[in-house]
Design a protein around this ligand. Sequence first.
Ligand code: VGL
Ligand code: ZN
Length: 199
Amino acid sequence: MQDEALIVIDVQNDFCPGGALAVENGDQVVPVINGLIERFDHVVLTQDWHPAGHSSFASEHAGKEPFGTVTMPYGEQTLWPDHCIQGSKGAAFHPDLDWNKAELVVRKGFRKTIDSYSAFFENDHTTPTGLGGYLNERGISKLTMAGLATDFCVAYSALDAAKLGFSVTVVMEGCRAIDLGGSLAAMTEKMRGAGVVLV
Ligand code: VGL
Ligand code: ZN
């Protein structure tokens, strides 16, 4: 369908087993997503793409550990192990992901002082990535999403897409979660409440 796109979120080595911010069974999404890629006419990928020393890294905050939080000018920010450094093997897509067909790769988190979970807006919820305009301009109004991690980049992307007026489906079998302090249940509830269809 010409008005639909598959948005594949952050299927990168660092979010898979052995990676710097490994999501449990993260690699299991790859065959599911490869099947989805075959079925869609339009495929967009996102790629978490941080400069070294990114402000979301716990290593940049004295006395802080990964998975703690800090207050940034734009609000509370969870701290992560160093991950998805621009050009590193960890930032590359999983080697088995069949992504040749992708029409666009949206990189995010490339500004040192602000993180970006969502494919649409940085974590200040106002700086756009350009993806919303790109999809609108191409007449794409229905989005299907899958990838890593369910409760962070997938959920933030789905919520922003719904807010922008896209109809959004998340294929849960093609997602795996970090699940920090109940974040999976909380974000699943938020997605449902926003009218995101979870299948
Ligand atoms: C992600 C934490 C930090 C994600 C990215 O892709 O869900 N999570 N950077
Ligand atoms: Zn990141």
